[in-house]
Design a protein around this ligand. Structure first.
Ligand SMILES: [Zn+2]
Ligand SMILES: [Zn+2]
Length: 162
């Protein structure tokens, strides 16, 4: 069956010199994978990619391509806020988790991690990130000039379309 996930993320921008902070086009999402038959595998997705990469399980051959893709990627920029709405589609089939011997559940409550690249006014590039399992509020700080660029006030959310 085809699963569709709506993922949303928001950050509050801080008063800071312009760093051109934006949501990067690659992100990590935990998905149940019927190919390596494991639950909650870290899966790498890229906007425009026709397939994803599952980190897999070493006893099942490790990293492999996975049938998931980014079907929508809509960043929104406000004066004091940046938001992102992502739609992920994954082809999914029931399986038993090979290691935990658990039946797979069709609705996963996984986590997601977005990278936010930026450029410091001094010209150097950096990368901040937000993810579902963070302690909040989470300050995104420039690794070069130590300025707080934004704050994550809410964790990214994943909702499956039914
Ligand atoms: Zn896999
Ligand atoms: Zn900076």
């Amino acid at each position: 069956m085809l699963r569709t996930l709506d993922i949303t993320a928001t950050i509050a921008l801080a008063e800071a010199p312009f760093h051109n902070l934006y949501f990067g086009h690659s992100f990590e999402l935990s998905l149940d994978c019927f190919i390596c038959e494991r639950q909650g595998r870290t899966t790498f997705l890229t906007v425009g990619g026709e397939r994803a990469v599952c980190t897999g399980d070493r006893s099942h051959g490790g990293k492999h391509f996975a049938p998931a893709r980014v079907a929508g990627f809509d960043p929104m920029s406000g004066r004091d806020r940046k938001a992102l709405h992502v739609v992920v589609q994954q082809w999914w089939a029931p399986f038993r988790d090979a290691k935990r011997d658990q039946a797979s559940a069709p609705v996963g409550t996984g986590w997601v991690r977005f990278e936010l690249p930026y450029t410091c006014p001094d010209g150097r590039n950096g990368r901040a990130s937000i993810q579902s399992n963070l302690v909040l509020p989470h300050a995104l700080t420039c690794e070069h000039c130590d300025t707080v660029l934004a704050t994550g006030e809410d964790v990214p959310k994943i909702v499956e379309r039914l």
